[in-house]
Design a protein around this ligand. Sequence first.
Ligand SMILES: Nc1ncnc2c1ncn2[C@@H]1O[C@H](COP(=O)(O)OP(=O)(O)O)[C@@H](O)[C@H]1O
Ligand SMILES: [Mg+2]
Length: 216
Amino acid sequence: MFEMKNVSMIYDMNTDAMTYALKSVDLELPDRGLVGIIGPSGSGKSTLMYCLSTLKEPTEGSILYNGKELTHVGNREREQLRRREFGFIFQKHYLVPYMNAVDNVQVGAVDKAAAAKAPDFLRELGLSEKEFGKKPAKLSGGQCQRVAIARAMINDPKVIFADEPTASLDHENAYNVMSILKEYSDDRLVLVVTHDKSILKDAERIIEIWDGELSR
Ligand SMILES: Nc1ncnc2c1ncn2[C@@H]1O[C@H](COP(=O)(O)OP(=O)(O)O)[C@@H](O)[C@H]1O
Ligand SMILES: [Mg+2]
């Protein structure tokens, strides 16, 4: 599904702060499964994920998505790709504070049919009806993250990119979030970036990154 060839990312090029966040990365990712990317803080995990998901453009190299060269895709098409084919989950849930749980899930829906599925998603993710109308401030951290997961899944994306999705959760909620992602990865690709190996015990594959370089 994804193929990275010789991808490098240099921040603040030509300044004293110049940083090689990725160094000649070669990587192939399958159409489905749970794939973990693990490495210490600052090793380039987020940069790798943002390059794959078109949120960032690498300084050098090629990234193919289903055979299409992502670095040559125009802004509009990138936006469509992110909206229709990719789902994003971050460490912070980034829910809209003045919207309730259902509205927060529907906010990213591409059409009415997708939006109509929001309550079902929330139910499947373990939220009860009485929580549907609550705003984020009235929900627990684990509940907010599950709302954010429902939002990421609402358009049935082919790929879910999750950047430290469990880092602000307790053990039990982290476990629940990972089992939801594992289930979704049965027929889709789920990429999880983390510095915590324990959450990746069910991953089909674990990629280690160190100082911008992959090691296997
Ligand atoms: N926008 C940016 N501008 C400059 N340097 C950055 C930027 N984002 C990340 N970096 C640097 O790139 C390296 C990799 O960062 P990042 O991909 O965020 O790592 P990780 O997610 O593994 O913590 C780090 O040295 C970080 O300081
Ligand atoms: Mg990061």
